[in-house]
Design a protein around this ligand. Structure first.
Ligand code: SAH
Length: 242
């Protein structure tokens, strides 16, 4: 076993969430934890980089999301996946460790964070992960990215009404965009209805069985191409949501 018990919090949660981890995958998570704690001294990557917090709130909760999306066939093992506002890599990078066939792109506005993501991908041996520094409002108009992804993920980036405009342009028609939400999910969904209709999507919700506060995954199903005017300019989706 890797790392004599350090990863017990992750192993316990991953088992509960139905995601078995091989020795190789455990070693990748151990390396990810090390590089994250090392960089945290210089770059504010996560609020609290304590080992058990990183393992449970970031690693394991990402795996819980992945397990649910796998079970519902929203996530296929060879899917093209984009994580918008990936920060220190959540939820995308833990999913890439658990399901190595995923073709993962991490998009993040802050260059210090993408520098970390590059270091993390190197440390865990995932040179195939694409890392993009930039804003979703700009990159959402890039022809190599727009409409290209089977699944677009984001966690803790913006209220659903704004987030939908940042995520949906990247999804292919028939693809999905999924984001975990907390206690305000019902209100966020109500407020997002106009935006979803304008962007060519409808939403369903799935309960996410995590150990902490209850969460709900909003799965947006892209039924039509997003009109060319979206996403609007940097900051506009957040400042004046649809
Ligand atoms: N998803 C990570 C990080 C959440 S913090 C997690 O759950 O831990 C939100 C991150 O989104 C920040 O790193 C911020 O830089 C990034 N972000 C916010 N708006 C963005 C945008 N429009 N385009 C790209 N990244 C954005």
């Amino acid at each position: 076993m890797v790392c004599s018990g350090v990863l017990e919090p992750l192993f316990g949660d991953a088992r509960r969430y139905g995601v078995p981890l091989s020795e190789a995958q455990s070693a990748q998570f151990a390396a990810y934890l090390r590089v994250l704690q090392d960089w945290q001294a210089r770059v504010n990557l996560v609020g609290d980089a304590a080992s058990d917090v990183v393992q449970r709130r970031h690693f394991a909760e990402s795996l819980a999301l992945g397990a649910l999306l796998r079970e519902r066939e929203v996530l296929r093992p060879d899917a093209r996946v984009l994580d918008v506002g990936a920060g220190a890599g959540f939820p995308g990078l833990p999913l890439r460790i658990a399901w190595p066939g995923l073709r993962l792109t991490l998009l993040e506005a802050t260059a210090k964070k993408t520098a970390f993501l590059a270091a993390a991908c190197e440390a865990i041996g995932c040179p195939d992960v694409t890392i993009l520094t930039g804003r979703a409002e700009t990159l959402g108009h890039d022809r190599a990215l727009r409409g290209q992804f089977d699944l677009v993920l984001a966690r803790a980036v913006a209220p659903l009404r704004s987030l939908a405009e940042l995520m949906l342009p990247f999804a292919r028609v028939g693809g999905r965009a999924a984001t975990p939400k907390g206690s305000r999910v019902t209100q966020e969904l109500t407020e997002a209805q106009t935006a979803l209709a304008a962007l060519g999507a409808r939403a369903v919700t799935l309960p996410l069985p995590v150990s902490g506060a209850p969460q709900t995954v909003v799965v947006m199903i892209k039924t039509a191409a997003t009109p060319a005017e979206y996403p609007r300019k940097d900051g506009v989706p957040r400042r004046s949501p649809l």
